[in-house]
Design a protein around this ligand. Structure first.
Ligand code: 13P
Length: 256
């Protein structure tokens, strides 16, 4: 079995109370699965990205467990007069490990650019947190044959001046925008071809062992097949991570 990261992006869902209820059920079922629980944190990682207001409830619920978490976005400075932003330093203080950077919803609705995301990647690394940098093409870009060009630009600009030797914690999440929340998962051939391309691009920049996750309508019924594909190191999951059992089913399918 390969080393995997199975990550849940809850987007703008779940109050602190719903977060605590989720983890009570999730951890109980997971601990009862002795084989999956014993491999967790060693053979594979599980990470949650709650909304910022449920971060503390997540931190408290997961304390003392091997399950990791992080925020969905940060500002590129850790404190100051930046109303409404999230601080990487606070994430760290709460015991978080990851920072999601450049999700397509941030790019689309909040106009984040490769260069602003590059600052966040640098800042996360400076704060000794693991950036999970998201890339992905829109349907229009794919249909125009621009997928590789778009991904390459997102990679080179987003990772500009990042020293691969100091970025061992970096993770890439490839999420084709047209597959997010649509139920339209990329085909195994599309995933194979695109992950191979992303891997080659990363190696050329010196990122030789950066995990590449797939995201976009990932669920238990397709995870088993997709995880077999070379250079797929796990999943970034939206909808299928909102119920404990459906996310646990995806974890189980990826492990077997
Ligand atoms: P879905 O799994 O709901 O398609 O969302 C994917 C995603 O955006 C995860 O970041």
């Amino acid at each position: 079995m390969k080393n995997m990261i199975l990550a849940a992006n809850w987007k703008l869902n779940k109050s602190p109370e719903q977060t605590r209820a989720f983890f009570a059920t999730f951890l109980e079922i997971l601990k009862n699965n002795a084989s999956a629980y014993s491999q967790l944190g060693k053979q594979y990682q599980v990470a949650f990205f709650p909304s910022a207001t449920s971060l503390e409830a997540t931190s408290t619920s997961l304390r003392g467990t091997p399950v990791q978490f992080g925020v969905q976005n940060i500002y590129h400075e850790s404190q100051g007069a930046f109303t409404g932003e999230n601080s990487a330093r606070v994430v760290k203080e709460l015991g978080g490990h990851y920072i999601l950077i450049g999700h397509s919803e941030r790019r689309q609705y909040f106009h984040e650019t490769n260069s602003s995301l590059n600052k966040k990647v640098h800042h996360a690394l400076q704060e000794q947190l693991a950036p999970m940098y998201c890339i992905g093409e829109t349907l229009e870009e794919r249909e125009k044959g621009q997928t590789e060009k778009v991904l390459l630009t997102q990679i080179t600009e987003g990772l500009k001046d990042v020293n691969p030797l100091l970025a061992g914690s970096l993770v890439i999440a490839y999420e084709p925008v047209w597959a997010i929340g649509t139920g339209k998962v990329a085909t195994p051939d599309q995933v194979k071809e695109t992950h191979a391309f992303v891997q080659t691009a990363l190696v050329k920049l010196g990122f030789t062992s950066t995990p590449i996750l797939y995201g976009g309508s990932a669920k238990a019924s397709n995870a088993g097949e997709l995880i077999q594909i070379p250079h797929v190191s796990g999943f970034l999951v939206g909808g299928a991570s909102l119920e404990p059992q459906s996310f646990l089913d995806l974890i189980q399918a990826s492990l077997s």
